[in-house]
Design a protein around this ligand. Structure first.
Ligand code: SAM
Ligand code: SF4
Length: 354
C-alpha cells in the first residue's frame, strides 16, 4: 500500500510552477526551497547504532560518487534557482580527501541574492587539523555531533573508541572564528537520557548551542520504535529541572525550536522531527553522494542526476534545473512517521545525508 501523507500544518496549495521555467524552487504547498543538503560520502569513521550497521553495509559504488566538478555543477544550478545555503554532510564529510576544495569551490558561488553560505555537519574527527583550511576556503557554519561525554558509552554507541578525537575537534571549533558553534545530540532511551543536563553544560562551557534531536526511523537495523524514543516533552522536562526555559520566537524555517537558559545568553534547541514535525516550513532539498536528488529525508523516490551529469546531455544545466523543479513539485506535505502506512526509506541516514 502506498504511504498516505498526513497534513502537518502545511499551507494550502499554491499555483503550480511548471518544470524548468526559472524563479525560486517552490513546491505545490508554497514552500520555497533555500537549503541544499549535499552528502559527500556514505563512508564514516564511526558506526553510530541509530545510523549505520556495524558490518555488512552496502557501500555506494566509488564510481557513482559525484566528483567535485559534478557537485559544483549541480550547486551552481541550485544557487541560480535560489538555494542560498549548502550544508555539507554524509556519512562523514571530513573523510572526503578533497573536502577543502569542495568548500572553496562552492563558497565562490553567487546566487541572485549574493554569495551562498557553506555549512557543515560533522562528527568532528580530524577537525582540528582541517579547520584552518576549511575556514580559509569559506566555511561559514559548523555543527558537530556529540551524544555522550562518557567514554564507555561513546564506544558502545559509535562502536569506535574515538571520544577524545571528537572532543578535540569540538575544542578546536570552539577556539575558532566560526560562531555560533552548534552541537547535535540524539536523545536516546537507556543510552544518554540521564546525561542531557551534562551535555548542555558542556555546550555552554564551549560557548556553543546544543540541539537535541528526536531519534528518527533511519537506522539500518530498523530498530526504531515510537514508544521507546525520547520525546521533545521529556527533553524539556529534564532540562527544566536545572534551568528556566524561555522560548525564543521567530523560528522561521529552522528545524530547531530554541529556548534561552535562565537569564541567557546561552540557548538550547530541540529538533522534534517526530512529535512536532516542521514539514509545513521545510525549505530543504537533498543531494546524495551518488547524485540522487531527494525532496525529503523520508522520501522513497529519488531523482537520478547521474545520466544528466555523465550522459553527454546537450544542455545539462537546463536539464538539472528541470529535474530539481520536478523533484520539488513531487514533495509531499509531510513525512507521516506517525501514520500506520509509513515506510522507512531503503537508505540509512549515512547514505541519505543528515
Ligand atoms: N557524520 C556527521 C555527523 O554525525 O554529524 C554528518 C552526518 S550525520 C547522518 C548528520 C546528523 O544526523 C548527526 O547529527 C546525527 O546524529 C543525525 N542522525 C543520524 N541518524 C539519525 C537518526 N536515526 N535520528 C536522528 N538523527 C540522526
Ligand atoms: Fe557516522 Fe554521523 Fe552516522 Fe554517526 S551519525 S555513523 S558519525 S554518519
Amino acid at each position: 500500500m502506498t504511504a498516505v501523507p498526513v497534513a502537518l500544518g502545511v499551507r494550502p496549495p499554491a499555483a503550480r510552477v511548471a518544470d524548468g521555467v526559472g524563479g525560486p524552487l517552490v513546491d505545490t504547498f508554497g514552500r520555497i526551497h533555500r537549503d541544499l543538503r549535499v552528502s559527500l560520502t556514505d563512508r564514516c569513521s564511526l558506526r553510530c547504532t541509530y545510523c549505520m550497521p556495524e558490518q555488512g553495509n552496502e557501500w555506494l559504488a566509488r564510481t557513482s560518487i559525484l566528483t567535485l566538478d559534478e557537485i559544483e555543477r549541480v550547486a551552481r544550478v541550485a544557487a541560480a534557482a535560489g538555494i542560498t545555503t549548502f550544508r555539507l554532510t554524509g556519512g562523514e564529510p571530513l573523510l572526503r580527501t578533497d573536502i577543502v576544495d569542495v568548500v572553496r569551490r562552492l563558497a565562490r558561488i553567487e546566487g541572485p541574492d549574493g554569495p551562498v553560505q557553506i555549512a557543515m555537519t560533522t562528527n568532528g574527527i580530524r577537525l582540528r587539523e582541517l579547520l584552518p583550511g576549511l575556514i580559509d576556503a569559506g566555511l561559514s557554519r559548523l555543527n558537530i555531533s556529540i551524544d555522550t561525554l562518557r567514554r564507555d558509552r561513546f564506544r558502545d554507541l559509535t562502536r569506535r573508541d574515538r571520544l577524545d578525537d571528537v572532543l578535540d575537534g569540538i575544542a578546536a571549533a570552539a577556539e575558532s572564528a566560526l560562531t555560533p558553534l552548534k552541537l547535535n545530540t540524539v536523545a536516546m532511551r537507556d543510552v544518554n537520557e540521564d546525561e542531557l543536563i551534562e551535555l548542555v553544560e558542556f555546550a555552554v562551557a564551549h560557548d556553543a548551542q546544543l540541539r537535541f534531536i528526536e531519534q528518527m526511523p533511519l537506522d539500518a537495523g530498523h530498530t526504531w520504535s515510537r514508544e521507546r524514543m525520547v520525546t521533545r516533552e521529556e527533553i524539556l522536562a529534564a532540562l527544566s529541572e536545572r534551568w528556566r526555559l524561555t522560548p525564543v520566537p521567530g523560528r522561521g524555517g529552522a528545524p530547531a525550536e530554541t529556548w534561552v537558559l535562565d537569564e541567557g545568553p546561552h540557548r538550547v534547541g530541540v529538533i522534534a522531527s517526530v512529535t512536532a514535525p516542521f514539514c509545513g516550513d521545510c525549505d530543504r532539498l537533498r543531494l546524495t553522494a551518488d547524485g540522487q536528488l531527494r525532496n525529503c529525508l523520508f522520501s522513497t523516490t529519488e531523482f537520478d542526476l547521474l545520466p544528466i551529469l555523465r550522459g553527454g546531455s546537450d544542455d545539462p544545466d537546463r536539464e538539472l534545473d528541470a529535474m530539481m523543479r520536478g523533484c520539488i513539485l513531487r514533495k509531499l506535505p509531510g513525512h507521516a512517521i506517525d501514520d500506520p502506512s509509513f515506510l522507512q526509506p531503503e537508505r540509512g541516514m549515512n547514505a541519505i545525508g543528515g
